[in-house]
Design a protein. Structure first.
Ligand SMILES: Nc1ncnc2c1ncn2[C@@H]1O[C@H](COP(=O)(O)OP(=O)(O)O)[C@@H](O)[C@H]1O
Ligand SMILES: [Mg+2]
Lengths: 231, 402
């Protein structure tokens, strides 16, 4: 077993300015996550869950402290390098899917590969494979507006998986889905985790959060509980 | 890095999403480019026309004028101190130079040409048999002047085609007698129909022998002498030879000016090219308008596509890449517009040339190149700021705002 953590936060602080008022969103936050872990993050709205996830996904930068990904410091890296790290190692899944309406499901899913300059034939093969794994093989050429919520989130998962990242970050992935398709989406995420990917899920849904092996509770920018379930 | 074919596809998907907006931008650029092409083609057409005129009368000509021009250069002198006369004896001496082929002394004035009560006031040129050669004129009926000494004083004339028509109609003129002022001349030839030559309508003139003109106009002073060079003679050398020769004949005084056809042609070319370029720049202002429009549209598009930009960043697009995606979009628009503009410009010029055959427009190549390049430069310059605006979008905020 690899002992060195794939994600490591050391005394991370983040403050936003809301007008004149500084808002301390992450407070001296330290956290260590190993390769292959399944972690849920719960907590009241506004407690900083999304901010933490964006930080880990290199969409945001700590004001102080350090974020190590696979033992490399990231805070001082130039924007170009952070973009490449993000593209190659991180998969994002959002509550509202974030698909581009004019692109087909296939093109949406292949977007990170296109940005990486991967030839179209390789992209098509990869996305076709992912879509059939996700049970949406028939939906390659549909536009987002022609798909159901559950299907949209699967397209987004395919996009997150396209570059075969080490880390999958899901921010309220079931927030816009009904109970049934939400459950299906979580099943898919758990299957991916079983095949080795590190999975972080932010959720309001306590039942969903309890499915994770490791459960974090966040209140006011601080992790108040870090527990491992008996499974 | 995104592949080039993917870049193209990505932009075309955006552009085809809003066909009316795209069409408007393409048309604006096209109008800018085509107006540069059309306006410069008029200038270039004028230049070609003048060059054509020059080459009609030959470019290996020197024109010797009485009077010393104060400053050197290629254009005709604006003023001259009253000089010693330039006479046909001077012209004769020039003809003895081995570097010289033909010499046409010109003594000119206006006179009434009259045939059986029908009269016309026209320019009457007194010259020698060389005149037709140096001006590249040809005879349609009859003959020109003969090349002998006594010829110079003969009462013979050659009529321009138009003048002949107005006096004789369709009757033959050769052999008939006309009155020029108060003297009688026998028509020996009629010029072939040819258009204007540098503002002189050769069709509406009469040519008489030089000595006859001297007494008709009561002066031996020549208006000018046209000299054509031998094939291997060098223009500047011959110029110098003529100056030395006349100086010697005029008691050491340098009192003539020599203008070369080439120098005049160059001067005209410079002027017309400058004017054409200026017209092109003015037409280019419409490209600036296209640039402003594109900037405006780009700003709106960045605001509308904030969520998309946020997502692109989340899946690994760098700031530079986002900026580039927006710049490439306007560049493709501009390229399409330029293409349409070039096609439009050339078609309209072609159409004009078909409808108006006697003045042909020609799009100068540099105008095509410069208008397309400046359209691209302008579009990049004007969409640079909206594109960096896009690059600066915070993905977290952009995606939350959805
Ligand atoms: N870019 C930002 N600028 C200003 N305030 C922000 C920004 N991002 C988050 N916040 C604020 O920080 C707090 C935490 O937000 P977030 O991490 O989204 O909470 P959660 O996901 O736990 O609901 C909220 O009060 C939010 O308004
Ligand atoms: Mg949140």
């Amino acid at each position: 077993m690899d002992v060195s953590p794939i994600i490591q936060l050391k005394d991370v602080n983040k403050t936003y300015l809301l007008g004149e008022q500084p808002l301390h969103v992450l407070k001296d936050l330290s956290l260590s996550i190993s390769q292959g872990e399944y972690v849920s993050i719960m907590g009241p709205s506004g407690s900083g869950k999304s901010t933490l996830l964006n930080m880990i996904g290199l969409l945001d930068r700590p004001d102080s402290g350090e974020l190590m990904l696979a033992n490399s410091a990231t805070r001082e890296l130039p924007e170009e390098q952070r973009a490449v790290l993000r593209r190659d190692n991180i998969g994002f899944i959002f509550q509202n899917f974030q698909l581009i309406p004019r692109l087909t499901a296939e093109e949406n899913a292949a977007l990170p590969m296109m940005l990486a300059g991967i030839p179209i034939a390789d992209r098509k093969a990869k996305i076709a494979h992912l879509f059939s794994q996700l049970g949406i093989a028939e939906r390659l050429h549909h536009l987002p507006k022609q798909l159901s919520g559950g299907q949209l989130q699967r397209v987004a998962i395919a996009r997150a998986m396209a570059m075969e990242p080490k880390i999958l970050l899901a921010d309220e992935p079931t927030g816009n889905l009904d109970q049934h398709s939400g459950g299906d989406v979580v099943d898919v995420l758990e299957t991916l985790n079983k095949s080795g990917i590190t999975l972080l899920v932010v959720t309001h849904d306590i039942a969903l959060g309890r499915r994770a092996k490791r459960q974090l509770m966040m209140v006011d920018g601080v992790i108040t509980k870090d527990s491992v379930s008996e499974g | 890095m995104i592949r080039w074919n993917d870049r193209w596809r990505f932009s075309m998907q955006v552009l085809s999403l809003n066909p009316i907006r795209t069409a408007i931008l393409v048309i604006t650029v096209a109008i800018g480019v085509s107006s540069v092409l059309i306006l410069t083609s008029i200038g270039e057409g004028a230049r070609n026309y003048i060059n054509q005129e020059f080459s009609n009368i030959g470019s290996d000509l020197l024109i010797v004028l009485p009077g010393k021009k104060e400053t050197g250069g290629g254009s005709l002198p604006m003023y001259s101190t009253t000089p010693r006369e330039l006479t046909w004896q001077d012209a004769n001496a020039i003809k003895q130079l081995s570097s010289v082929k033909e010499v046409a002394p010109i003594n000119a004035g206006t006179a009434l040409v009259n045939y059986q009560g029908l009269g016309r006031e026209v320019i009457v040129i007194g010259s020698t048999s060389d005149f037709l050669q140096v001006r590249k004129l040809s005879i349609a009926k009859g003959r020109g002047f003969k090349q002998d000494e006594r010829q110079r004083a003969r009462h013979e004339c050659v009529l321009g085609a138009k003048l002949k028509r107005s006096l004789f109609g369709s009757q033959s003129a050769v052999g008939k007698w006309v009155n020029i002022a108060d003297r009688r001349y026998r028509v020996v030839g009629v010029l072939a129909e040819r258009g204007e030559s540098l503002g002189l309508d050769m069709r509406d003139m009469a040519i008489i022998p030089i000595s006859s003109a001297e007494s008709l106009f009561n002066t031996t002073a020549l208006f000018r002498v046209i000299v054509s060079l031998n094939q291997f003679s060098h223009e500047t050398t011959v110029k110098q030879q003529i100056i030395e020769l006349i100086k010697a004949r005029h008691e050491g005084e340098e009192d003539i000016t020599i203008v070369s056809q080439n120098a005049m042609m160059d001067a005209f070319n410079n002027i017309t090219q400058l004017v054409t370029a200026a017209i092109g720049v003015i037409a280019g202002i419409s490209l600036l308008v296209a640039g402003f429009l594109m900037m405006n549209v780009s700003y709106v598009s960045v605001v509308k596509r904030r969520a998309e930009i946020g997502l692109l960043k989340a899946v690994g697009a760098s700031k530079k890449e986002v900026q580039w995606l927006f710049l490439q979009e306007s560049s493709i628009l501009t390229l399409l517009g330029a293409l349409v503009g070039v096609a439009l410009g050339y078609s309209l010029v072609w159409l004009a040339n078909t409808l108006i055959p006697y003045f042909s427009l020609a799009v100068p190549f540099w105008a095509t190149l410069v208008s397309v390049l400046s359209a691209i430069v302008i579009s990049i310059a004007f969409t640079w700021f909206p594109a960096s605006n896009a690059a600066g979008v915070d993905p977290v905020i952009a995606m939350r705002g959805n």
